[in-house]
Ligand binder design. Structure first.
Ligand code: FAD
Ligand code: SF4
Ligand code: SF4
Length: 473
């Protein structure tokens, strides 16, 4: 059995003092070695493990044949964002978990499973380096049809790409000044370099997609106005951009951020380019991040980088109320956070914040927990231990305990049905309660993953195309 090939990484000390990319691209030799480990299974289960059903077996075979352009185009048949997915897709819970080489009985893929995501990134970056931009992709013509996509996150981008390659005119409306949704404002550049993100989004422009930024659809420009402007259908990819809070005493003290605000200030307002830009976030000397998902890992790793870049002694701790096993963050990111020096306190539940005379946070009140029975998420629930109170000192806290539906549009659109959490209700074709209005991504499924959002965007595009074709005939 050939040994799995891991890509090179920047050494922990070096990378934790900058926002430079951590995981390096496979060299050609490494990619070939890894691709050759693939068994080319007769009925490959990995494909069904991918929410957009990339022909994994075929593109890996093309890599073994050094047909890198072919591999890129095979992926682009199903996914317009190979490099992005290669970097952020939680493959260990998706395609790699289904790989036959994965050790059975694991909740996430073992090391032996083929590194499909790294190979996808290799092919994606080949496409970027050789400006392939999807040349050779079939584009049919569905003339005189115009579709509006609201939200430029993965769901909106995938829907737009799928429609555009059928010749539909697509305009993506985005409320922010930059496109990409969470990919742009949430995921830091050391995990997803911005030149790659921008390049893959730009590929959509080559398919004819247009972007309108700084425009919110909702109160001032209602959804129905888009129909009056001649759009035949609308896709809503609004995301889950509203942070959840703990609801405990002292949460409004100064220097307590939601992870959303913290990361947006860093990623979108250039704090990561410190000292080139005056940082618009406070940099704590003792930072505590509360949560166990990707957002918590990103916030903690950003905080630690800012500490090092400012000459402070790195001191960043993650508090999580379950154990590492139950953490929803990607395994790769947990490993990276540990290597970089982030401290972890498991089985700890914050119960309040204590401030100083200026109203700034100085301590977090906590209770120790033990694991109880599994809850609705299937994970063992945290049970606070009575009398186990203790305090942790900190001068900056980041709350990363989840995200909720963004209701800017849904709350002001009559007839658009949502569930009790504010998520838009759709049928199996991603059709909402409103005629010719479709939705997908986190605004439908709640907090999910990039590839799930891409999958829903594409599914909606297929339903929209059917709708448009029927209305043409
Ligand atoms: P979003 O990405 O949220 O995009 C929605 C867009 O719609 C936003 O740009 C918003 O500004 C815009 N918008 C909203 N309302 C309006 C309106 N009314 N008018 C105009 N525009 C509007 N997933 C992974 O797979 N891997 C990871 O490593 C990972 N890391 C993550 C790290 C962080 C910090 C966060 C927050 C999430 C992470 N996720 C990760 C989850 C993943 O990013 C999301 O599931 C995905 O981005 C959802 O895509 P979306 O298109 O539904 O929404
Ligand atoms: Fe696997 Fe994600 Fe790539 Fe699909 S997009 S093949 S799930 S890494
Ligand atoms: Fe290759 Fe694994 Fe897919 Fe089989 S299941 S084709 S070994 S990637």
């Amino acid at each position: 059995m050939m040994i799995p090939i891991q890509p090179k990484e920047l050494p922990p000390k070096k990378r934790a003092a900058s926002f430079a990319e951590v995981v390096q691209l496979y060299s050609e030799e490494e990619a070939l070695k890894e691709a050759k480990r693939c068994l080319q299974c007769k009925n490959p289960p990995c494909i069904a493990g991918c929410p957009v059903e990339i022909d994994i077996k075929k593109f890996i075979h093309q890599i073994t044949q050094k047909d890198f352009k072919g591999a890129y185009l095979t992926i682009r048949e199903k996914n317009d964002f190979p490099s992005i997915c290669g970097m952020v897709c939680p493959a260990e819970y998706q395609c790699r978990l289904a790989c036959v080489l994965n050790k059975k009985g694991m909740p996430y893929a073992s090391e032996e499973a083929i590194n499909i995501h790294f190979l996808e990134r290799f092919a994606g970056d080949y496409g970027i380096k050789h400006s392939t931009k999807g040349k050779g992709l079939r584009i049919k013509k569905l003339k005189n049809k115009k579709v509006a996509v609201v939200g430029s996150g993965p769901a909106g981008l995938a829907c737009a790409g799928e429609l555009a390659r059928q010749g539909v005119k697509v305009i993506i409306v985005e409320s922010l000044h930059k496109t990409g949704g969470v990919l742009q404002y949430g995921i830091p550049p050391f995990r997803l370099p911005r030149d790659i993100l921008d390049y893959e989004i730009d590929c959509l422009k080559d398919l004819g997609v247009e972007f309108k930024k700084n425009l919110i659809i909702g109160r001032t420009k209602p959804l129905q106005e888009l129909f009056k402007e001649g759009f035949s259908a609308i896709f809503l990819g609004l995301g889950a951009g509203v942070p959840a809070f703990l609801g405990v005493e002292g949460e409004n003290l100064g220097n307590i951020y939601s992870a959303n605000e913290f990361l947006t200030r860093i990623n979108l307002m250039s704090a990561y380019k410190f000292p080139e830009f005056h940082t618009p976030v406070n940099i704590g000397k003792q930072v505590v991040v509360i949560g166990g998902g990707n957002t918590a890992m990103d916030a903690a790793r950003c905080a630690l980088r800012l500490q090092r870049m400012s000459g402070f002694k790195p001191d960043t701790t993650i508090l999580y109320r379950r154990t590492e096993t139950e953490m929803p963050a990607r395994r790769l990111e947990i490993g990276h956070a540990k290597e970089e020096g982030i401290k972890f306190e498991f089985l700890v539940q914050p119960t309040g914040f204590i401030g100083d005379d200026l109203g700034l946070v100085k301590k977090i009140k906590c209770l120790k927990c033990r694991l109880g029975e599994p809850d609705s998420s299937g994970r063992r629930s945290p049970v606070p231990i009575k009398g186990s109170d203790f305090e942790i000192e900190c001068d900056l806290a980041v709350i990363a305990v989840g995200l909720k539906a963004n209701q800017l549009l849904t709350a002001v659109t009559p007839g658009l049905k949502t569930d009790k959490y504010g998520n838009i209700l759709v049928d199996k074709n991603m059709q909402t309660s409103l005629k010719r209005v479709f939705a997908g991504g986190d605004i439908v499924g709640g907090e999910g993953t990039v590839i799930e959002a891409l999958g829903m965007g594409k599914r909606a595009a297929r339903a929209i195309l059917k709708n448009l074709t029927n209305s043409t005939s």
